[in-house]
Design a protein around this ligand. Structure first.
Ligand code: ZN
Length: 257
């Protein structure tokens, strides 16, 4: 089981109804994703659909979901199957559109190219991928007090951008790229000092150590020193200047309606 599968199967991270209220950042991302859909799509497959947050909102007559985890699929109200992104149980070019949102960053880096190839295999017209843009992984990481393992709270295994994503699509695909939503960057030196230096880590509600299975974590965010680092970083970065989401739509050659 991958770290991410364990996180979503063994914690309540995906125990949410698909119609849960979206955060502003999520709302902006999902609106931008829906605005990027090609017109006239009749069939879609949402890969890594989780509890169906995007799948339920796809304005497509026949939309299906797939996810590696059972726990999110229990909340999905459209047809969905459990599968790995690396072996989708769908024929070549069998759906108009394949979406895959906030999934690739969870994969082992060596699997990302094969995953994108699998998305492109199943899609007839277009593939739409969204990922966190140049995420500072350390900002959402924690160190297990029991075994010392440092890990990302949401199981992200890599930070992605255009250079890492765009070359994975077929050379004859037509690519549309967007970046949406701004966040405040964290100065790397301040972040390293707060985390690895002083042992003050971001808190997650569904934290699971991928090495030892520990789920008992203290919340450091209320500590004065943690807040002081936030204030210092705010002084260094008064503006939200860092793009937060990368959206890529690949229109596949020969896939016009
Ligand atoms: Zn541990």
């Amino acid at each position: 089981m991958t770290d991410t599968a364990a996180l979503f199967e063994q914690t309540a991270a995906h125990d949410i109804p698909a119609e849960h209220p979206l955060s502003r950042s999520e709302g902006v991302r999902i609106d931008a994703t829906l605005a990027l859909l090609p017109p006239g799509v009749e069939t879609a497959l949402d890969v890594g659909c989780g509890p169906g947050t995007l799948l339920h909102r796809l304005p497509v007559p026949r939309a299906y979901g797939t996810d590696l985890g059972w726990r999110g699929l229990r909340n999905v109200q459209r047809p969905a199957v459990r599968s790995s992104i690396l072996r989708l149980p769908f024929a070549d070019a069998s759906v108009d559109l394949v979406t895959c949102c906030e999934v690739l960053e969870h994969l082992p880096p060596a699997d990302v190219a094969a995953a994108v190839a699998e998305l492109c295999r199943v899609a007839r017209r277009a593939v739409l991928v969204t990922v966190p843009y140049r995420e500072q992984l350390l900002e959402s990481s924690h160190r297990c007090p029991r075994c010392g393992t440092e890990f990302h709270l949401h199981g992200h295994q890599q930070s992605l951008d255009e250079a890492s994503i765009l070359p994975l699509f077929p050379v004859d695909a037509r690519l549309t790229v967007q970046r949406v939503w701004k966040v405040r960057p964290y100065s790397p030196a301040l972040l390293r000092l707060r985390t690895r230096g002083l042992g003050l880590w971001k808190h997650g509600r569904h934290t699971l150590c991928p090495s030892c299975g520990n789920t008992e974590f203290e919340n450091h965010e209320g500590r004065l020193l943690y807040k002081l680092f936030g204030a210092l970083n705010h002084l260094r970065h008064p503006r939200r200047s860092q793009d937060n989401w990368l959206l890529v739509r690949a229109d596949l050659a020969g896939g016009e309606p």
